[in-house]
Design a protein around this ligand. Structure first.
Ligand code: NAD
Ligand code: ZN
Length: 355
């Protein structure tokens, strides 16, 4: 099959590969809609996970089953499916301890475009199909469903980890697709005031539609100072980091949180070796400000629940889709668009009609 790959650090290109063997519990999928992730950009151009050779990129897809192993019970060729970005080994001990995204090794549930060929090709392989695929429900579009597999799952995990009290105040730093999903999740989890730090006009618009009550322009001064000003010095109960940098963002996050609050990170950190926690603002390490983090949750149940949020009108995933391409060769354009991040972009999708 043909796929769009990371050839090595800082280099992408098309590759030809053999369709992987379908194990007895596995499935082979033909994608019908894919989307590039900011993480693909970190992987190729920032070397965030190290070098990779000729690895097909992409981990956000909706598709059709073309083959299943003989022990797969719930899926058959022709089924329309949602494929979570994270496909854990559900029998691993980390999964049994409640951390399926970290199976086998840290971040080990993240296989596509990390240590196995991803979804930017004519075919891809899914391990443990019964646990790692979800049936595509009626009433959800391909592009909408494609926003659930990583963007909603990650962003909403960011808000779940933020321990938002009912009516509590929340700050979301970074309002790309992940931060926007964190806003949607925070609202659904009962946030009262919901502050969002970001600038892209299209993102600001969706932030408001997803539930932000205040917009902070981080280019106009430190976020924590603006938060203190808006909240009469109080700060917020919960902070979700979904963007920013290592120089300022952690300081701004900690300094925005109330004692007893939670800082929840979903940002993929790259560009320096250390994360700087401001000592005094962190109460000299005694402020009860908790720091949490996590990798996108995967699996069938997660996808079904996120789909229900869309199907039962809680929130609309399609608001994240700003650009639509058609055809396999357009995957390259979509990835480079994600790299350039023009002001009118949140997420591009590529619609596919493969043989
Ligand atoms: P994005 O680049 O679209 O959004 C990040 C936003 O942060 C941008 O709008 C950018 O303008 C803004 N920003 C830049 N500097 C800032 C600053 N100093 N303060 C505040 N905001 C600032 O990216 P995205 O697609 O929304 O993804 C966000 C992050 O989440 C990425 O690092 C991505 O790799 C990561 N991610 C993590 C997981 C996970 O499982 N934890 C999954 C998917 C993506
Ligand atoms: Zn991703």
């Amino acid at each position: 099959f043909k796929g769009f790959a990371m050839k090595k650090l800082n280099e992408t290109g098309w590759v030809e590969k053999e369709v992987p063997e379908c194990g007895p519990l596995d499935a082979i999928i033909k994608p019908t809609c894919v989307s590039p992730c900011t993480s693909d950009i970190h992987t190729v151009w920032e070397g965030a996970i190290g070098d990779r050779k000729d690895m097909v990129l992409g981990h956000e897809a909706v598709g059709e089953v073309v083959e299943v192993g003989n022990l797969v019970q719930n899926f058959k060729p022709g089924d329309k499916v949602i494929i979570p970005a994270i496909t854990p080994d559900w029998d691993d001990e980390a999964a049994q301890r409640g951390f399926p995204s970290q199976t086998m090794e840290p971040l080990g549930g993240w296989k596509f475009s990390n240590f196995k060929d991803g979804v930017f090709g004519e075919r891809f392989h899914v391990n443990l199909a019964d646990a790692n695929l979800a049936h595509m429900p009626d009433g959800l579009s391909d592009e909408g469903a494609c926003m659930l597999v990583d963007m909603w799952s990650t962003g909403m995990m960011g808000s779940e980890n933020a321990d938002i009290p009912l009516g509590g105040s929340v700050l979301v730093i970074g309002i790309g697709a992940v931060g926007l999903s964190a806003i949607a999740g925070a609202k659904l989890l009962g946030a009262g005031r919901l502050l969002a730090a970001g600038t892209r006009p299209i993102s600001v618009k969706v932030a408001k539609e997803y539930g932000a009550t205040d917009i902070i322009n981080y280019k106009e001064g430190p976020i924590d100072e603006q938060v203190r000003e808006l909240t009469d010095g109080a700060g917020v109960d919960s902070v979700i980091i979904a963007g920013g940098n290592l120089e300022n963002t952690w300081k701004e996050a900690i300094s925005s949180a109330k004692a007893g609050g939670t800082v929840s990170n979903v940002n993929y950190l790259s560009g320096a070796d250390n994360v700087l926690i401001p000592r005094v603002e962190w109460g000299c390490g005694m402020s009860n400000i908790n720091i949490k983090n996590g990798l996108c949750p995967g699996g069938r149940v997660r996808m079904e629940r996120l789909a229900d949020l869309a199907l039962f009108g809680r929130q609309d995933p399609e608001l994240l889709v700003t650009h639509k391409f058609e055809g396999l060769d357009k995957i390259e354009d979509a990835l480079y668009l994600m790299k350039e991040k023009p002001k009118d972009l949140i997420k591009p999708v590529v619609m596919l009609d493969l043989d």
